[in-house]
Design a protein around this ligand. Structure first.
Ligand SMILES: [Zn+2]
Length: 98
């Protein structure tokens, strides 16, 4: 994923001189053995060069992470259900004996 750079008209809270530039880049995340690249954003000051993530950035990043985890959970749940069905198909006679 290519980095996206968006200049925003917000004064740097650290030096007060520069304005902030929003950077959005791909961050590799691993969850339950599944690796994906999800967007991660932060801001960089044009004057002092400080990298900073404010509450909005953290919220967006958190949401992307949660969406990724949810997708993985759904994927794994689907596989588990499929495995259970396959197992039950193998021994239909056992069930009728119970
Ligand atoms: Zn600054």
């Amino acid at each position: 994923m290519a980095e996206i750079i968006i200049p925003i008209d917000t004064a740097c809270p650290i030096c007060g001189e520069g304005t902030l530039i929003l950077h959005i880049e791909g961050d590799t995340m691993e969850y339950k053995g599944i690796t994906r690249t999800i967007p991660s954003q932060y801001k960089v000051c044009t004057a002092c060069g400080s990298e900073q993530a404010d509450i909005d950035d953290l919220r967006v990043n958190k949401r992307a992470m949660q969406a990724f985890k949810k997708k993985v959970d759904e994927l794994l749940t689907g596989q588990e259900v499929k495995t259970l069905r396959e197992n039950s198909h193998k021994k239909p006679s056992d069930e009728s004996l119970l």
